[in-house]
Design a protein around this ligand. Sequence first.
Ligand code: CDP
Ligand code: MG
Length: 138
Amino acid sequence: MEKTLVLVKPDAVRKNVAGKIISRFEDEGFKVVALKKVKLSKEEAGRFYMVHKDRPFYDELCEFMSSGPIVAMVLEGENAISRVRQIMGATDPSKAEEGTLRKLYGSNIGENAVHGSDSPESAAYEIPFFFSGLELVG
Ligand code: CDP
Ligand code: MG
């Protein structure tokens, strides 16, 4: 069993589809082992996305990710990291496959509805960024 961090981004929370996104992951067989709604400061968003600090979109990304509440969760399942990424779809919603969350709910390459850890190393940074061990309830 593998764990991954998923965020419902501010655009999707504003569209009131956080529940639909959580429900989709439940339907796909994942167990929700932690869940909360939080609002990041721009500085916190910057720390979360530190890996992108030299990219041209970093400042805009941090502004966006701190523009409203997000829903953070830890999902558990077989090959959770890659399966979640598949269900999310491509970073750019216009290039995402039909039926993926970004195709369904994303607006553009920045405001793309959902985040999922991209590797075990990312998950190991991202899960404790939001949750303590005590908050993971298998
Ligand atoms: O989220 P994902 O792993 O698919 O993409 P990423 O390359 O790790 O980029 C992280 C996030 O930065 C994306 O989900 C977008 O919100 C944003 N981004 C952007 O605004 N413009 C880009 N050209 C690429 C990414
Ligand atoms: Mg990424």
